[in-house]
Design a protein around this ligand. Sequence first.
Ligand SMILES: Cc1cc2nc3c(=O)[nH]c(=O)nc-3n(C[C@H](O)[C@H](O)[C@H](O)COP(=O)(O)OP(=O)(O)OC[C@H]3O[C@@H](n4cnc5c(N)ncnc54)[C@H](O)[C@@H]3O)c2cc1C
Length: 419
Amino acid sequence: MANDSVVIIGAGQGGFQAAASLRQDGFAGRIVLIGEEAGLPYQRPPLSKAYLKDGDAGRLSLRPAAFYEQHRVELLDGRLAVDIDRDAQLVRTDAGESIPYGHLILATGSRNVQPPIAGIDTDGIQELRTLRDAAAIRARLVDVRTALVIGGGFIGLEFAAVARGVGIDVTVIEAAPRLMARAVSPEMSRRFATLHQALGTRLVLGQAVTGILSDPCGQARGVRLADGSEHHADMLLLAAGVRPNTDLAARAGLAVDNGILVDTFLQTSDPSISALGDCAAYPDARTGRRIRLESVQAATDHARTISRRLMGSPEPYTTVPWFWSDQADWKLQIAGLGQDDDTVQSREGPNGAVTILRFAKNRLVCVETVNAAAEHMAARRLLAMTPAVTREEVENCPGGLGELLKTRNTIPARQRALI
Ligand SMILES: Cc1cc2nc3c(=O)[nH]c(=O)nc-3n(C[C@H](O)[C@H](O)[C@H](O)COP(=O)(O)OP(=O)(O)OC[C@H]3O[C@@H](n4cnc5c(N)ncnc54)[C@H](O)[C@@H]3O)c2cc1C
């Protein structure tokens, strides 16, 4: 492998990291990084947070241009990979290039869901996925007075908090009965609903948008809901979730099912092809469930796992997932994965800090915190331990997860196995 060539399709968070990790791990062969978007690979999280406020695009680049030259990473930006020929081990781009690979990494990310809403293709509906989207939104924030957000997930709510911060009248419409329902406990949804209402955002929950209303110039200016009510605004943001970019993989005959199917080593059904990040569905080491995560941590850790395997040190991917979201001055951090039927316990900390513990069958499976970074860090380490932390252990440790971590670390592994 050391002198072969690696081609990476998708120059986002995970694609960039795969190239960087391969060089760091001593890979000497050719690396080609193909990216549909023009320009240097950049980070997306600030697009719905700091960038909307400061407009500083320079700070988003994952590395300066010199990095790619110094590390011999051939960045082909502004190119769409259109075909994978698995027999010939070639990738074709829309610029007519045919690029041979020894190993191929699919890091194609995800795209915004277009829900079945009448008029969803009306002009003027904003999306927030790329730097170009964020720049367009930022330009409009200067003169819009009212905004409607379709979708009460992380991105919609981060936008809502920024928009309220500059005095825009914001309404968030969410089809589910609570905010961020896919990702957090009902208790955390409730707390964030209170936060956004206190900021002055109107929340309409449990109501699906059925139609887009437009002005005489054909610009989107409002929505109609399932109950027939209408809401009007200067600007609409569609933030109703994402779906993985799997078309290229499916056309190449790779196994796909809500993500490109990979094993615990992030290898696809073809041993010469790996997949990572938003587009990859992998078996979770703790539950055996196949999952697909949309987070910076998953994309970067997957990339490191693939690089180590290609360099001859394969290790299964077992990292505890974690995620963050910044909404106004609340930093939400999540470690582990909650389950629909888990039970929840919450604890208040100093200065408004909150920790919500989620248990499945008496075992700690997920910890959600607000403004409690130390608890979050302790949770990540506790959730990685075997055997799993029990509810009794948590209840016997009222001092918090940091204290429980110290206690656990003092118990020899052999004894811990008996807990
Ligand atoms: C506004 C916003 C805020 C976010 N905030 C957070 C956050 O706070 N915390 C967090 O953990 N995560 C956050 N995320 C999610 C996080 O950015 C993604 O999970 C992460 O970028 C996934 O990395 P990836 O490499 O899988 O995909 P991406 O970084 O999306 O990169 C995929 C790239 O592949 C390109 N591509 C696709 N198909 C092709 C093709 N055929 N040929 C060439 N190129 C192709 C795409 O254009 C894209 O540039 C946020 C995302 C957005 C959009």
